[in-house]
Design a protein around this ligand. Structure first.
Ligand SMILES: Nc1nc2c(ncn2[C@@H]2O[C@H](COP(=O)(O)OP(=O)(O)OP(=O)(O)O)[C@@H](O)[C@H]2O)c(=O)[nH]1
Length: 370
């Protein structure tokens, strides 16, 4: 695959942009994905996206995913096999899936010419994606192949209390600084609660502080501001800086309100990715390649000098140490494949990755969770 910059400049077709949908449980991620999916289908001409569901535990998704983690991994079986609870089960499924993510990228890459948007729906428990190694690997893998944006879904009706609002913003802030990707705050469920209060608080921290002061529980028995109140007052100043790096839209995944604005923000994010994220990524890659090359050269030199000494000491063994063509071509990658539902109209049974454990030594060498 071309590097994003070369592909972007050399081809007339733009690279598809990936939207990683993240949010607290129940914020409306799946409904949002369904809404943007139907919006894209309703365009003239229709621009169907390529959708990946990464939630192994979800029982029903309201859209047709092109790649669904559930086709590859049986969540219930993973919990049983490894004796895990629900969250450990989801995390282990994600770890297993991540080891095959190169296949996912290959499938996405095959569609790069025909789709404009790739959408990733993430597990309901936000921290499983945002604070796990697998989540970081998936995010980095996608973002180094395609322009990528994070859509952080907020349950607007549940964010009207200043303290909850602040917690949500701090969480969003941590994800922004972790991924460093273009970031869109999506205030969802605006049919129930318009998001103008949030816009006001984000535009003017004094407005937020005033809301905080009038909210119950912010003064102690002597009428002094509580510790939490003082902390939140100071944090609002910190977050003021963070808000400047964000795009904000209000959406109702139920009615479709605001979805057009969301796509305007996504398109603006593409430019941000190309101007800011990509140059940083390329610099980081150069640094990594350079240090990898140095390490490789160093170990190769050591190996060669060790071999030379060894051969001198034991010429008979050196004569036996020859390449055996029969040993070549063994596939050590197992036979587990990621399924693209749109290529296979009936994906059929999931491939049970956990069998690898039971059939140890019989051809499959899946990595086990740590
Ligand atoms: N009124 C209203 N309800 C919504 C909206 N978006 C989602 N919901 C409802 O919110 C609930 C949660 O929506 P989901 O899409 O399942 O949320 P989720 O974030 O994918 O949930 P998890 O997978 O459990 O994290 C459902 O009952 C939806 O019908 C919206 O824009 N307006």
């Amino acid at each position: 695959m071309d590097s994003p910059s070369s592909a972007a400049s050399s081809s007339t077709k733009k690279m598809p942009i990936t939207i990683i949908v993240i949010g607290m449980a129940g914020a409306g991620k799946s409904t949002f994905v369904q809404r943007i999916n139907s919006y894209l289908h309703s365009q003239n001409p229709p621009t169907p996206p390529y959708i990946l569901n990464l939630d192994p535990a979800v029982t029903h998704v309201p859209y047709e995913a092109n790649i669904d983690i559930r086709d590859t991994i049986n969540y219930q079986e993973v919990m049983k096999q490894y004796n895990l609870g629900p969250n450990g089960g989801i995390l282990t499924c994600l770890n297993l899936f991540t080891t095959k993510f190169d296949q996912v990228l290959d499938l996405v890459e095959k569609r790069a010419d025909s789709v404009d948007y790739v959408i990733l729906d993430t597990p309901g428990q936000i921290e499983i994606f945002t604070w796990s190694a697998s989540g970081a690997i998936i995010t980095d893998a996608v973002a180094s192949s395609l322009p990528t944006v994070v859509a952080y879904i907020i349950d607007t009706p549940r964010t009207t209390a200043p303290a909850t609002f602040m917690s949500n913003m701090l969480y969003a802030c941590s994800i922004l600084y972790k991924t460093k990707l273009p970031f869109i705050l999506v205030f969802n469920k605006t049919d129930v609660q318009p998001h103008d209060f949030a816009l006001g608080w984000m535009a003017d921290f004094e407005e937020f502080q005033a809301a905080l002061a009038t909210h119950s529980g912010t003064r102690d028995a002597e009428g002094e501001p509580t510790y939490m109140n003082s902390l939140m007052n100071s944090m609002s100043l910190v977050l003021d800086e963070f808000y400047k790096n964000l795009k904000t839209v209000g959406v109702s995944s139920m009615t479709g309100d605001g979805v057009k604005d969301f796509f305007a923000a996504v398109d603006a994010s593409r430019e941000e990715y190309e101007k800011e994220y990509l140059p940083e990524l390329q610099k980081a890659r150069q640094r990594r390649d350079k240090s990898l090359q140095e390490v490789k050269e160093d170990s190769m030199n050591r190996l060669l000098s060790d071999l030379a000494i060894d051969r001198e000491k034991n010429p008979a063994a050196a004569a036996l140490d020859r390449w055996d063509p029969d040993e070549e071509g063994e596939d050590d990658d197992g036979d587990i494949n990621i399924i693209d539902r749109s290529e296979d109209p009936w994906p059929g049974q999931y491939v049970d990755l956990t069998r690898a454990r039971r059939h140890e030594g019989q051809g499959s060498n899946w990595p086990r969770p740590g």
